[in-house]
Design a protein around this ligand. Structure first.
Ligand code: ZN
Ligand code: ZN
Length: 346
């Protein structure tokens, strides 16, 4: 066991405070990681506030982890001390079910072990990346290529793979027209990745406030969804619409923006059920779909792709004592575009 410094929420909705936590001893297939940067994902805030479900407290959030290996178990073959590595949204899965065997561990039939607020195979509650160190099985660790600085790589471990996986699955590339709905933590990375894949990229955002950023990050077009003309002008335009929005949407209106066989893919999760007239799906053989993070092999593929194309998150690095202020700023959309905690300040 080792003791590391961390930031934890002691109770639901309580501010995070500095504390210490225990990490398990490094066993045969584990690597110990000195965390250098940890991204703040909107879902960290949902979890601390128990917006989705009950979670165990104290809660140490963080599933966008970038750091350096400091120790490896005797059976570890993939990593060595000094390697630059990342950990994303989960740290284990059953490894036997059909999905795990296909590299779709995020859809593990037995449920994966989330990086925090989950119970691992040792019966211990998992603690996430708002900490100075973590111990993870090597099979759930990915390599961060040298070309990617660790700070801008950290958010790719959730925001990057969450958008990369559906863009690959629905075949974004040269000749395809992709719309990214929402220009926030997920959306800005989606714009960069879709552009790097060679797609023609359109941002659909509530206003034109972030238009200059969108075009700079690789968008070809930028439209305000508050303007009704947008929906007339873009009728039947897109092969893929990737929705990163978690507010309730008029799905019928967005489905009409798809071409025949187009797909509206949700990675944002509104808390309320949706209502939909199925005419908007049936007419045009359209798909209304969803996608959840990505598997380990695909996460590695995403990092290699991002390194090759110079894609990193746009970040604002903060000191650990600013975490609670950063949470407030995320909730008021006052971040361009991802907060990253400098773990040296924890
Ligand atoms: Zn996340
Ligand atoms: Zn499984």
């Amino acid at each position: 066991m080792s003791t590391v410094a961390a930031y934890a929420a002691p109770a639901p909705k309580a501010p995070l405070e500095r504390t210490t936590i225990e990490r398990r001893a490094v066993s045969e297939f584990d690597v110990a990681i000195d965390i250098q940067y940890s991204g703040i994902c909107h879902s960290d805030i949902h979890q601390v506030r128990e917006g989705w479900s009950e979670v165990p407290f104290p809660l140490v959030p963080g599933h966008e982890i970038a750091g350096v290996v400091t120790e490896v178990g005797s059976g570890v073959t993939k990593y060595a001390v000094g390697d630059r590595v990342g950990v994303g949204c989960f740290v284990d899965s059953c490894r036997r079910c059909e999905n795990c065997r296909k590299g779709l561990e995020q859809y593990c039939a037995e449920g994966h072990t989330a990086t925090y607020a989950s119970t691992d195979k040792y019966g211990e509650t998992t603690y996430g990346g708002y900490a100075t160190g973590i111990v993870v099985d090597e099979n759930y660790v990915v390599r961060i290529p040298d070309a990617l600085p660790l700070d801008v790589a950290a958010p790719l471990l959730c925001a990057g793979i969450t958008t990369y996986s559906p863009l690959r699955h629905w075949k974004a590339g040269p000749g395809s027209k992709v719309a990214v709905l929402g220009m926030g933590g997920l959306g800005h990375v989606a714009v960069k990745i879709a552009h790097a894949m060679g797609a023609e990229v359109t941002v659909l955002s509530q206003s034109l406030r972030k238009r200059d950023d969108g075009l700079r990050l690789g968008a070809d077009h930028y439209y305000a969804t508050s303007d009704p003309d947008t929906f007339e002008e873009l009728d039947g335009t897109f092969d893929i619409i990737l929705s990163t929005v978690s507010a309730p949407l008029d799905f019928g209106a967005y489905l009409k923006l798809l071409k025949t066989d187009g797909a509206l893919v949700n990675v944002g999760l509104p808390e309320e059920p949706i209502s939909l007239n199925l005419f908007s799906v049936v007419m045009g053989r359209r798909t209304l779909a969803g996608s959840f993070i990505g598997g380990i092999a695909e996460t590695q593929e995403m990092l290699d792709f991002c390194a090759e194309h110079g894609v990193g998150a746009e970040i604002e690095t903060i000191r650990a004592e600013e975490i609670n202020t950063a949470f407030e700023r995320v909730l008021s959309s006052d971040v361009r575009y991802r907060f990253v905690i400098d773990a040296a300040t924890i």
